[in-house]
Design a protein around this ligand. Structure first.
Ligand SMILES: [Zn+2]
Length: 67
């Protein structure tokens, strides 16, 4: 019987056909979402890091100063 480790929680999943695992290669919808979120976050961070071309930190204070 083929088996696969859930990339997120390392749980061993046995299956006969891929269709046995609706969230293949994950054990559950939850693990799938967590893993997806993890790489999304990483990708976002990298993009943020290299995408620093001309972008400056602007602090705007939208406070009306009376004077
Ligand atoms: Zn899992």
């Amino acid at each position: 019987m083929p088996k696969v480790n859930c990339p997120n929680c390392r749980k061993i999943l046995f299956y006969r056909v891929i269709k046995d695992l609706p969230y293949f290669p994950f054990c559950s919808d939850r693990c799938k979402l967590i893993d997806f979120g993890a790489w999304m976050d990483e990708e976002y961070r990298i993009e943020e890091d290299i995408g620093n071309d001309g972008a400056k930190c602007i602090d705007e204070k939208g406070e009306g100063n009376d004077g």
